[in-house]
Design a protein around this ligand. Structure first.
Ligand SMILES: Cc1cc2nc3c(=O)[nH]c(=O)nc-3n(C[C@H](O)[C@H](O)[C@H](O)COP(=O)(O)OP(=O)(O)OC[C@H]3O[C@@H](n4cnc5c(N)ncnc54)[C@H](O)[C@@H]3O)c2cc1C
Length: 563
C-alpha cells in the first residue's frame, strides 16, 4: 500500500495550486483525478478531433482576472514552468440593437472616449464608477488572499496602497454606512443610480450577473468588480488556452516529486477514529496518508457522497442536514457551445473592426434581458426566446489554438439544470435531451447571427454540452460551476458553512479547498493557496504563526511609514 503525506481529491487548478505549496514546503503529495485530463473546469482540449482536428477548445474557463489579484503566479514562478499570459485589449465589445456599442479598452480613459461618442454624461460617470470599484477591489484583495478566519493573515496583506483604498471607501460614519448600503444593493440598483444609457448598463449588468444571479438581486452589487478588474489588473488568457495554466502547474508539481494519477475516481475517504487516513478509488485501490486528505470538491460531495453517514454524524450530528438544506443552489447552470469556424465573426452592423474580437463579446441587449437570463433558470425555464450570450473568439488573441487561418468560438449561455415539468426524464432526470440541447444551440446561433451574420456559413463543426453533461464531466453538483452559489450569504466566513469556512473540517486531517471555499469560484488559485496555508499552520503551528506574525508586523509598519 502506497503512502503519502497528503492525498488531494481532484486535480482542478485549486488542487494543483495547493499541492504546489505543500510540495514547496517539503511534503509528499498525491493527486487523484477522476478524469483522464487534469484541470477540472480549467482545461483546453481538442474536443472535436474527428470533425475539427487541430482546433483546441477551452471547455470551461477562458478569461482570467481573479488570478491576477493574488500572488500565485509569481510565488509559484509559473512562467518558469511554461505559463505565459496574453492580456486582452480591448477587453469587452457589446453591440447594441440600435447601432450603438460598448467597446471597453484596458485603459479607462480610452473606454470613456468610446462611451462619450454616444453619451458624454455616462462617459464621465463611468470613470468615477470604475475608480470607486477599483478601490473596493484594492480593499478586498487582502481578504481574498487569506483564510477567512485569520485576522493576522488578512492584516498582513494590507500594504500602504490597500490601506489607502480601504480608508477611501470606509471613512467617517456616513461614508461607511453609504458603502454598506451600496453593498446591500443590487447591480441593477447601482447601474440605474449611475448611468442613463442601455448600451452601457446592459453589458455591465451581464458581467455583474456572472456571479450567477439576476441583476435585481440585492447584496450582489459587488458584481461590478467583474468589469472594473478588466481595466486593472486586466483580463488575460494563457497562451495555448486555459489548460496551459494547468500544464504549468503540472510541470511544477511533477518537478517537485508530486504524483498525479488520472482516471482515479475517489469513492471513499477513509476515516479511522475520527481522523482522515486515506482514500479509496473506484477500482478498490487504497492510498494511505500520514498528514491529511484535501478535497478539491465541495463539502456536499465530500460529506454526503464520499463518507459513511455514521462517520459524519460522529464528528458533527447536525452537519449532514445543514449541508443538505442550508446550502442554496438556485438551479442556474451553463449550456456551453463551442464552434470551429472557417473565418472570424464579422459585426457588420457595427462598423466591424477585428479588435472587437480580442476580448469578450457580450450579447446583452437590455438589463431586462439579463434579468430573464438569470431568473428563468431559477424557475426551471430556458431563457432562449431572446438569449443573452457571452462569446469569445480566442484564436484572435492566440492563433495557435486552431489550424492556420481558422478560428474557434466559445459561447456561454445560462440555463437551468432541472427543467420544470420534465423531472425524471432525459439526461440524469433533468429533462435535457440531445434534441433539446441542439434546438437551444440553434437559437443561440440565430441570435448571434443577428449581429454577426457570417457565423452560420463559417461553422465547420460544433459541440454542445448541456447542464447535466457538464455536471457529469466535471462532477459539479447540479452543474454549478462555482461548486456552490456565490451569493453574499455563502461568501467569506460563510463559505460553504461557518463551521467549515476555514478550510478545516470536524474530521481531523480532512481539509476543503476549491471553488466551494473562500473566496469562491473562477480561476484564481486563491482557495488552493489559502488552504495550503491553513494546512501548514496545522502542521507547524508555532513556527508558521511566528513567521507570519513577523511578516504581518513588517508589512503593516512598512505600510504606515511608507517604507
Ligand atoms: C462553462 C464555464 C465557463 C467558465 N468561465 C470562466 C471564466 O471565463 N473565468 C473564470 O475565472 N472562471 C470561469 N469558470 C469557473 C471556473 O472554471 C471554476 O470555478 C474553477 O475552474 C473551479 O476550479 P476548482 O479547482 O476549484 O474546481 P474544479 O475545476 O471543479 O476541480 C475539481 C476536480 O476534481 C475532480 N473530481 C471530482 N470528483 C472527483 C472524485 N470523486 N475523485 C477524483 N477527482 C474528482 C474533477 O474532475 C476536477 O478535476 C467557468 C466555468 C464553466 C463551467
Amino acid at each position: 500500500m502506497e503512502s503519502y503525506d497528503v492525498a488531494i481529491v481532484g486535480a482542478g487548478h485549486n488542487g494543483l495550486v495547493c499541492a504546489a505549496y505543500l510540495l514547496n514546503a517539503g511534503y509528499s503529495v498525491l493527486l487523484l483525478e477522476k478524469r483522464s485530463v487534469p484541470g477540472g473546469a480549467a482545461t483546453t482540449e481538442e474536443a472535436m478531433r474527428s470533425e475539427a482536428p487541430g482546433f483546441k477548445f477551452n471547455l470551461c474557463a477562458i478569461d482570467h482576472e481573479f488570478i491576477h489579484l493574488g500572488p500565485v503566479v509569481e510565488e509559484l514562478k509559473l512562467q518558469k514552468y511554461g505559463l505565459e499570459y496574453l492580456f486582452c485589449d480591448p477587453v469587452v465589445f457589446c453591440p447594441h440593437p440600435d447601432g450603438k456599442y460598448f467597446l471597453a479598452h484596458r485603459s479607462v480613459e480610452k473606454t470613456c472616449a468610446e462611451i462619450e461618442r454616444f453619451s458624454p454624461r455616462d462617459a464621465q460617470k463611468y470613470a468615477e464608477f470604475t475608480n470607486f470599484w477599483q478601490r473596493v477591489i484594492g480593499m478586498m484583495i487582502p481578504i481574498f488572499n487569506a483564510p477567512p478566519k485569520s485576522v493576522i493573515d488578512m492584516a498582513g496583506n494590507y500594504d500602504w496602497a490597500k490601506l489607502q483604498d480601504l480608508f477611501s471607501v470606509i471613512g467617517p460614519p456616513d461614508k461607511t454606512l453609504d458603502f454598506v448600503r451600496t453593498m446591500f444593493s443590487s447591480p441593477r440598483d447601482i447601474l440605474e443610480e449611475w448611468f442613463d444609457s442601455e448600451f452601457l448598463k446592459a453589458p455591465l449588468a451581464r458581467l455583474a450577473s456572472e456571479l450567477g444571479a439576476p441583476p435585481s438581486q440585492k447584496t450582489i452589487s459587488v458584481g461590478a468588480i467583474m468589469m472594473a478588474m478588466r481595466h486593472n489588473p486586466g483580463m488575460a488568457r494563457p497562451r495555448g488556452g486555459t489548460g496551459a495554466l494547468v500544464q504549468a502547474l503540472l510541470n511544477l508539481v511533477k518537478s517537485k516529486g508530486g504524483v498525479v494519477l488520472t482516471d482515479q475516481s475517489v469513492e471513499r475517504i477513509l476515516i479511522d477514529e475520527g481522523r482522515a487516513v486515506g482514500v479509496r478509488v473506484a477500482n478498490g485501490q487504497e492510498y494511505r496518508v500520514k498528514r491529511g486528505v484535501i478535497a478539491n470538491i465541495d463539502a456536499k460531495r465530500v460529506f454526503l457522497q464520499l463518507m459513511e453517514n455514521s462517520e459524519v454524524d460522529a464528528a458533527d450530528p447536525k452537519l449532514r442536514e445543514r449541508l443538505e438544506r442550508r446550502i442554496v443552489n438556485n438551479n442556474e447552470s451553463i449550456l456551453k457551445l463551442d464552434l470551429a469556424i472557417s473565418e472570424p465573426l464579422r459585426f457588420e452592423h457595427h462598423n466591424h473592426r477585428d479588435e472587437y474580437l480580442i476580448g469578450s463579446v457580450l450579447i446583452a441587449d437590455s438589463v431586462n434581458q439579463i434579468e430573464v437570463a438569470h431568473s428563468d433558470p431559477t424557475v426551471g425555464k430556458i431563457p432562449d426566446s431572446d438569449p443573452s450570450l457571452y462569446v469569445v473568439v480566442p484564436t484572435m488573441l492566440d492563433p495557435s489554438m486552431a489550424p492556420e487561418g481558422k478560428h474557434t468560438v466559445w459561447i456561454e449561455f445560462f440555463a437551468p439544470y432541472q427543467i420544470a415539468g420534465a423531472e425524471g426524464t432525459g439526461m440524469k432526470g433533468t429533462g435535457w435531451t440531445d434534441e433539446l440541447k441542439n434546438k437551444v444551440a440553434d437559437r443561440l446561433i440565430d441570435k448571434l447571427a443577428e449581429y454577426a451574420p457570417n457565423v452560420k456559413s463559417a461553422i465547420i463543426a460544433r459541440r454542445v454540452e448541456s447542464p447535466p453533461e457538464l455536471s457529469e464531466r466535471t462532477g459539479f453538483l447540479k452543474g454549478n460551476h462555482y461548486h456552490i452559489d456565490m451569493t453574499l450569504d455563502q461568501m467569506v466566513f460563510f463559505r460553504p458553512l461557518p463551521e467549515l469556512a476555514n478550510y478545516k473540517t470536524p474530521i481531523e486531517g480532512l481539509y476543503l479547498t476549491g471553488a466551494g471555499t473562500h473566496p469562491g469560484g473562477s480561476v484564481s488559485g486563491m482557495p488552493g493557496r489559502n488552504c495550503a496555508r491553513v494546512f501548514l499552520h496545522t502542521q507547524e503551528p508555532f513556527g508558521q504563526k511566528l513567521k507570519e506574525a513577523g511578516n504581518a508586523v513588517k508589512s503593516t509598519v512598512g505600510a504606515v511609514f511608507n517604507l
